[in-house]
Every structure is written in structure tokens, then in C-alpha cells.
Design a protein around this ligand. Structure first.
Ligand SMILES: [Zn+2]
Length: 200
């Protein structure tokens, strides 16, 4: 197996496999864009962490690395862009997974997927009620099933062509892995995930 190429973060300079970093590049109209696929051409790589993004913006690291003059961008705008790109790609993956019948959605179907251990990932909407999230999260964690929280109920439902969904289960390991590595690119700033990231 060929090892994945490493790239250094423009802010903290830590080297990590390309797939764990976000690639920022220039689009023809002169603005920065975010590329989740690790495309070609000149790009700057950065950790999906608030501290790194903030530092890169403050110090003008993107302009330096891309050797261009850039219109100023705020860290909020950049994080919003990353979140939007990630959500769009996750939604497309969930749509594919649904057509391949690798999704359980609706409270009852998710419950069955959890009890039968066919679930590989439980995805809870960020705006789902605390009660509905806690219940599935508990069962998932006790059963050693991955759990993540991202996107909105409307967004999850739209991705699956259904009514809004509070929780869904991905029942295929490949789809689940792909969704998890994408969601890992949403910048984190919270203490807990910050630690989880540093310990990798
Ligand atoms: Zn970094």
C-alpha cells in the first residue's frame, strides 16, 4: 500500500495526511475556495481547527502561500464556506447511500438498525431535540456504533428525499467512513474535540 502524501498546515506547520486537512485554493474570480477532494494546482493546506484558521487569516498565510493578493476574508466566512462545502458533499453521499438502501431513517427504522447492530453510523441533526438525540446516542455508544451530530433536520431530510429527520442511521461501513471523514473537516474549536484531534 502506498502511504498517503503528507502536507503541512499553513498555520501550525504540522504535517498530516492530505485527507485530514482542508485544501484552500484560488478560483478564477480571485476568491478563495475550499476543496475537499485534494485537487491539483496551487493550494494551501490547513487543519480543520478554529485556531489554525484564525491564525492563517490573521497572518495572511493564504496570500503568502498562494503568492497572490487576496481580498480580505474573515475566519467566520471561511468556516462558513467549509461547513457549506462539507454539508453539500455529505448530502450527496447520503443520497447515494439511500439509493443503495444503506440508510435507515425515521425513528422506528433507526431503532431497528441500532438493535440489530446494522447501523455503522448514527447521524443526529444539530437542531434535533436533546431528548431524541440522547436516546439514540446512548444506545449507539453502548453498542460501539459511531455517533456524530451535524447538519439540520431539514437538510438531512432533503438529502434523503424525505420529511425532516432528527436521526438517521448509515448501515454500510464505506458510506459511514466517508461521511465521518468529511464531517471531521468541519472546523472545531471546542475543548473536547480539540483534544481528540491533537491525540490522533
Ligand atoms: Zn494547523
Amino acid at each position: 500500500m502506498v502511504a498517503e502524501p503528507f502536507r503541512s498546515c499553513v498555520a501550525c506547520r504540522t504535517g498530516r495526511p492530505k485527507s485530514e486537512l482542508i485544501r484552500v485554493h484560488l478560483i478564477p474570480d480571485g476568491r478563495l475556495d475550499v476543496d475537499l477532494g485534494g485537487g491539483s494546482g496551487r493550494g494551501a493546506y490547513i487543519c480543520p481547527r478554529h485556531v489554525c484558521l484564525e491564525q492563517a487569516v490573521k497572518r495572511g498565510e493564504f496570500a503568502r502561500c498562494l503568492k497572490v493578493t487576496l481580498a480580505p476574508i474573515t475566519v467566520e466566512a471561511l468556516e462558513g464556506l467549509i461547513r457549506e462545502r462539507v454539508s453539500r458533499k455529505v448530502a450527496a453521499l447520503l443520497g447515494l447511500a439511500r439509493r443503495a438502501r444503506k440508510i435507515a431513517s425515521g425513528a422506528e427504522a433507526v431503532d431497528v438498525a441500532l438493535r440489530r447492530h446494522s447501523a455503522r453510523l448514527i447521524l443526529s441533526a444539530a437542531d434535533a431535540s436533546a431528548d431524541s438525540v440522547a436516546k439514540v446516542r446512548n444506545v449507539a455508544e453502548k453498542s460501539g456504533i459511531a455517533w456524530m451530530q451535524a447538519m439540520g433536520k431539514e437538510e438531512l431530510g432533503a438529502a434523503l428525499g424525505t420529511a425532516p429527520r432528527a436521526n438517521i442511521a448509515v448501515t454500510d461501513p464505506h458510506f459511514a467512513g466517508a461521511v465521518m471523514s468529511l464531517l471531521d473537516k468541519i472546523p472545531v474549536g471546542m475543548e473536547a474535540r480539540e483534544t481528540a484531534w491533537s491525540n490522533r
